[in-house]
Write a protein that binds this ligand. Structure first.
Ligand code: URA
Length: 211
């Protein structure tokens, strides 16, 4: 493993988000480096208690260098506001840091190459709660093939962290039923955050579900 690789940071253990971003650099570790415009690292509070993980940057994100800045991002901001949060108070990242051409699904090699950076972000931010947005991020984080529709509304624990799968905001843009479900998911997310603040040991004691 060459010097400055994500593996060094994984094992080195002393990095902050800024130095992780510097290691990522003008990334060409996978072919997406040749087609994307901007590396979309992540945005928000480095000490956030709540972290969102989406799939990959879309066209707007690729141009602006920030996750969830398009229509789905506007809905995400509204949903955050509905539970008393601003995007500056949470952290938002994606499984992939670069846009797949035409927004196609991420490929296994791309995921494998990018995952150490996401893992490092999670380790450095150390959020109480991770909300996975949609099928792709949820399956990746929970290491399952089950669909988001079977997983949303439940609380999971992975590596000592609370994981709350929710619908992807893009899926709710033109579907009022899904939007109502998503609003409900955010209310549950607020409850999980509040419970985590009241009882930080909850994960350690292995309480299976709040719902
Ligand atoms: N969809 C995602 O999953 N991530 C983004 O950053 C934008 C849209």
């Amino acid at each position: 493993m060459s010097e400055g690789s994500p593996h060094d940071l994984l094992t080195g253990g002393s990095a902050d988000l800024q130095s992780l971003r510097a290691v990522l650099g003008d990334c060409h570790r996978c072919p997406l480096g040749d087609t994307r415009t901007t590396v979309v690292f992540g945005v928000g509070d480095p000490g956030a208690r709540l972290m969102f993980i989406g799939e990959a940057p879309g066209r707007n994100e690729d141009l602006q260098g920030e996750p969830f800045v398009g229509a789905a991002g506007k809905l995400l901001d509204e949903l955050l506001a509905s539970i008393g949060l601003d995007r500056s108070e949470v952290y938002i990242a994606n499984v992939l840091k670069c846009r797949p051409p035409g927004n196609r699904d991420p490929l296994p090699d791309e995921i494998d190459t990018c995952t150490p950076f996401l893992n490092e972000q999670v380790r450095l931010i150390a959020p109480d709660v991770i909300a996975t947005l949609g099928n792709f991020a949820t399956r990746h984080v929970l290491r399952t093939e089950r669909p988001i529709s079977a997983l949303r509304g439940r609380l999971f624990h992975v590596d000592g962290r609370r994981i709350v799968p929710i619908f992807h905001p893009a899926a709710a843009l033109y579907d009022q039923n899904k939007r109502a479900v998503l609003a409900d998911d955010f209310r549950r997310l607020r409850a999980v955050l509040d419970a985590a603040a009241d009882d930080p040991e909850d994960v350690a004691t292995g309480q299976p579900s709040l719902f």
